[in-house]
Design a protein around this ligand. Structure first.
Ligand code: DON
Length: 578
């Protein structure tokens, strides 16, 4: 544990604002966030049927197959994640990592699974700089130096051991079968391969896997992945040892080092998926269970909801409502940049950030009729998020729930396949603040709290969440880089406003992340009058093309009806009720 000077400075600032407003605090719904009990209604009933929404129909069907064989939501999550590794490798896979919020129905236990990648012990910040000291975006995003030690295999093994009902052989069976027998890559995968072709061509094993005959697969072609099938079989047979020790580990380390990377067998052998206490925030009678560090998502969502709890959004017109939501986003992302990192390496002022008192202080600084300029940090340009990360949501017949967001980071991760394993490695190292005050691919700035160190996990925006109300529950999440946080936040607000799974997934979205100081907007979110009013208040609106792949399931306990919706922006997804 260590304290960083920037942290101390910013904390004293924040403490000052707390002291100034102490005494005016109102919790989101009057209860202290951390100590709130499980919503009793979540344990009184079982749905009797199940629902899954994921980014690919083969993955949704794999989850339903495992449920039909007696598995629970957690076994189904293993089936969905491993199948996505085969059929949606541009977004997530066993060469990457995931974060999940699980809710166990029988005792109301909520847990966060941290299967986030970690930096190898030999991480060297100089590797991410050019000779002239400027950021080297190639080593940060492509090839083995961009890859963290994968967390997904360990996370799946942990879920099977502690929460599943079936052995891994059964929950991994659909993925192994699809990898062996083959499937028809959808247009998203074919386009991702074509987009990344130049980088894939740099690594022979990537060419062999993704560019057979030198070309990306054509529509209708059957595509097999026997190396990944073998790696999944080793995990099924030996658990962690099937990936982090022995044959697979040797192949991974040999391939990474031969291509200029610095992984060791010890990095793999020492990797552990972790169970952590989720962040709980109470808002308008709903209990939101979400992602703690090393995700910044839950802290930001809690901070935003705590700020918004002091306003009655339902009585406002759209301009006023958007103004307050954007100002809350801006403040939460400022804290994201300053404070957050891997909890095993940095001490974070979480009590403060999650406190309603702190939110009161932040709320006081919001003017009713003007945007606050984000002038404390230099401007950073955010890239369009490539939508390459994946989220799926599950509720089973007993009311167990899994919200899982999984990623290899940018489109096709590092583009580097480790020879003989079928494993496409992530490029998650870019989620560290590799070069101080220089933005990552999502335009996020970071401080010492998120500086790379051996064994440390890079900060994530992944925000898998479960929202439990008296009569209704939602399991929700999305890809989208830094916009994950605000997309999930807006999804939570829409759910609480009474929207259906389909409406939530389809809803138009907007985003602010402090820097760059602009509101990123999906086309059609605001009518011209609203856009003009927001511009007059001082907002810069910027249209962004690429929004979300939200996969959400809901449970209405009054009617005992489940609903599952996959984002209509991406036709490859499937939400299905069984
Ligand atoms: O963990 C994170 O925050 C990022 N690696 C997620 C990347 C992502 O969502 C890319 N797709 N849009």
């Amino acid at each position: 544990m260590r304290f960083f000077p920037t942290w101390r400075l910013s904390l004293s600032h924040a403490l000052l604002s707390m002291l100034l407003v102490a005494g005016t605090a109102v919790a989101a719904d009057g209860t202290p966030n951390a100590a709130s009990p499980v919503h009793p209604s979540s344990m009184q009933q079982r749905p009797g049927h199940a629902a899954i929404a994921s980014a690919n129909f083969l993955a949704t069907n794999a989850g339903l197959e495992v449920l039909a064989h007696g598995g629970n939501a957690f076994d189904a999550a293993i089936a969905v994640a491993s199948t996505l590794s085969v059929v949606e490798p541009e977004s997530s896979g066993i060469g990457g990592g995931f974060m999940a919020v699980l809710h166990r129905a029988k005792d109301g236990h909520d847990v966060f699974i941290d299967a986030r990648e970690a930096a190898p012990a030999a991480v060297d910040r100089k590797a991410y700089l050019n000779a002239d000291g400027s950021p080297n975006r190639d080593t940060a995003l492509k090839g083995p130096l961009s890859a963290g030690i994968p967390g997904e295999p360990a996370g799946l093994v942990l879920i099977a051991k502690r929460y599943g009902r079936l052995p891994l052989q059964q929950s991994l069976a659909p993925a192994i079968r699809i990898a062996r027998d083959g499937f028809k890559p959808d247009s998203r995968l074919r386009n991702a391969i074509a987009e990344e072709q130049k980088d894939l061509q740099r690594w022979p094993a990537s060419v062999a896997k993704y560019l057979p005959n030198g070309k990306s697969p054509v529509e209708g072609a059957i595509w097999r992945d026997p190396d990944q099938a073998r790696t999944l079989e080793l995990i099924a047979a030996h658990g962690d040892d099937g990936f982090y020790r022995g044959e697979t580990a040797n192949k991974l380390v040999t391939a990474v080092r031969a291509a200029g990377g610095n992984w060791t067998l010890a990095d793999l052998a020492s990797y552990k998926a972790k169970e952590r206490t989720p962040i709980i925030v109470n808002y308008r009678g709903y209990r939101i269970v979400t992602a703690p560090p090393p995700s910044s998502g839950g802290v930001a969502i809690a901070e935003i909801l705590n700020i918004l709890a002091g306003f009655d959004l339902s009585k406002m017109d759209q301009v006023q409502r958007v103004h307050y939501i954007v100002e809350a986003m801006r403040r939460a992302f400022r804290d994201h940049n300053d404070y957050l990192g891997d909890p095993d390496f940095v001490k974070m002022p979480l009590d403060m950030l999650l406190s309603p008192f702190y939110a009161d202080g932040l709320r006081q600084g919001i003017l009713p009729d003007k945007a606050t300029p984000s002038s404390m940090l230099p401007r950073a340009e955010a890239a369009e998020p490539g939508m390459h990360t994946t989220h799926f949501s599950i509720i089973d017949a007993d009311g167990n729930m899994a919200a899982v967001t999984s990623t290899v980071n940018y489109t096709m991760g590092s583009t580097f396949v480790a020879e003989g394993t079928g494993v496409l490695l992530n490029d998650e190292m870019d989620d560290f603040a590799l070069v101080p005050n220089k933005p990552n691919v999502y335009g996020l700035l970071g401080s010492a709290a998120n500086a790379p160190e051996g064994g440390k996990r890079m900060l994530s925006s992944m925000s898998p969440s479960i929202v439990i109300g008296a009569d209704r529950t939602a399991v929700i999440g999305s890809p989208g880089g830094s916009t994950i946080i605000t997309q999930v936040l807006e999804g939570i607000l829409h759910f609480i406003d009474g929207e259906s799974a389909q409406q939530i997934a389809a809803h138009k979205r907007f985003h602010h992340q402090y820097m760059p100081d602009e509101v990123m907007v999906e086309q059609g979110t605001f009518d011209p009058v609203t856009s003009e009013a927001l511009t007059k208040m001082g907002y810069t609106l910027k249209q962004r093309e690429s929004w979300g792949f939200m996969n959400v399931v809901t449970w209405d306990r009054k009617t005992n009806k489940l609903d599952a919706a996959s984002d209509p922006r991406r036709p490859s997804g499937l939400g299905k009720v069984q």
